[in-house]
Design a protein around this ligand. Structure first.
Ligand code: 5GP
Ligand code: MG
Length: 185
């Protein structure tokens, strides 16, 4: 692997799609919207790791409410493609009964991840359940699912940065960009 700095990696992106400032601004807006809608509640946030790590860390620090955080590891991607199969590490004694639940993921793509996890949480009879994603791809979904909070709509292309990876790399880029696949070494 060639030695590179983060700014060197950013220069090698095909294109920066959303810069750090725009992400920060949009997350503040989303946090204000969620805080207003859930006033007076304790919010159970279910965050899908690893992709939503940075989004969740920044969003939650701006939500002006008490929060209980549950993290789940969910994966369905291999390289730049969805495998169509989802694996989730559900903890044994999980319960969402009568809770105010906010399910967060980095990106809505085929819809498989959010639809399966949303349905599972719904089966635990929460009092309130909404989804939030930083990005939503404009494409046909394999599974219908609603995300009530969306940071940005993007075209159907593979993105990295701000938590999102390509084979485990690029998560620590402060911006979101499109990868030049031949420079991903
Ligand atoms: P879905 O289940 O909706 O197809 O995909 C959701 C998951 O696939 C996301 O949580 C994310 O981990 C991964 N994913 C989908 N599109 C992209 C993308 O463009 N870049 C990266 N890095 N991951 C993606
Ligand atoms: Mg994911």
């Amino acid at each position: 692997m060639k030695k590179k700095t983060v700014s060197g990696v950013i220069k090698d992106l095909q294109r920066i799609l959303i810069d750090e400032k725009a992400i920060e601004k949009r997350i503040r807006e989303m946090a204000a919207e969620i805080s207003a809608e859930c006033t007076g509640k304790v919010v159970t946030v279910v965050a899908l790791m690893d992709g939503s790590l940075f989004f969740v860390a920044d969003l939650l620090r701006r939500i002006d409410l008490p929060i209980k955080l549950v993290t789940l590891c969910a994966s369905s991607y291999h390289g730049t493609k969805s495998t169509g199969k989802l694996t989730v590490n559900w903890p044994a004694n999980i319960s969402f009964k009568d809770e105010t639940v906010l399910l967060l993921d980095d990106i809505l793509d085929t819809g498989l991840t959010l639809s399966e996890i949303r349905a599972h949480i719904e089966s635990h009879q929460p009092a309130w359940l909404r989804c939030g994603v930083l990005l939503s791809k404009r494409r046909e979904r394999a599974r219908e699912v609603t995300s009530e909070y969306i940071g940005f709509e993007i075209e159907d292309e593979f993105v990295v940065g701000y938590g999102m990876d390509y084979n485990g790399r690029f998560r620590n880029l402060p911006c979101i960009g499109v990868l030049q696949l031949d420079s991903a070494d």
